[in-house]
Design a protein around this ligand. Sequence first.
Ligand SMILES: *Cc1c(COP(=O)(O)O)cnc(C)c1O
Length: 229
Amino acid sequence: MSIAENLQAIYDNIKRSALDCGRDPEEIQLVAVSKRFPVTAIEEAYAAGQTVFGENYIQEAEGKASELGGKCTLHFIGHLQRNKAKIAARIFDVIETIDTFKLANTLNRHLEDLDRTMKILLQVNIGEDEHKSGMAAEQTEQLLREISGLPRLKVIGLMTMPPFTDDPEDARPYFRQLKQLADSLAAKGLFAEGEKIELSMGMSNDYHVAIEEGATIIRVGTAIFGQRA
Ligand SMILES: *Cc1c(COP(=O)(O)O)cnc(C)c1O
């Protein structure tokens, strides 16, 4: 199947999953994860109507961003090192993986230099998986409070990647926990004012479960572009 056909199938699935659980399909955004795929693949998806893309590696993304010339919305979804924050501040529209104050502070400083603001999500290691980045759920409130003092950053939600398994149902409890955490933080008014609160969860194999559990951003790579080399 072509990229356009894959995308159409996913748009249809999103719609069906959302309607089946009484949600508005319009509140779910697809981030097409294009890591390790060339700009030509992004162009193909763009021609089929997809405008939001996710990238994991700064150097790779920097080249692609300059080739694309600003026509796409780019989310950073990889692990961000502080020495790469300057480039990230320049090329991304949303950074989904902030997990320490030090990193947030560095990013804020670069954004100030560029006279930009950035929407960010905090990455929560909800499964307490030692192989994954992100902070523990209990640390999220404190980090939100600390970041609220950084004027260039707007925290619009939470992102997670549960421990990988073959059965998408295994991810459900983690998605549910992230939603509960976001709801409790939202009730305390800790997210950026006037912005829709985002929950970024769900990938190729489990996005339908994530939608049932309240995802507003799903990050899908393989199901659009195929297996990565
Ligand atoms: C690679 C990646 C994805 C996409 O995974 P697929 O299984 O290819 O859909 C989503 N989120 C993150 C953080 C990733 O690194």
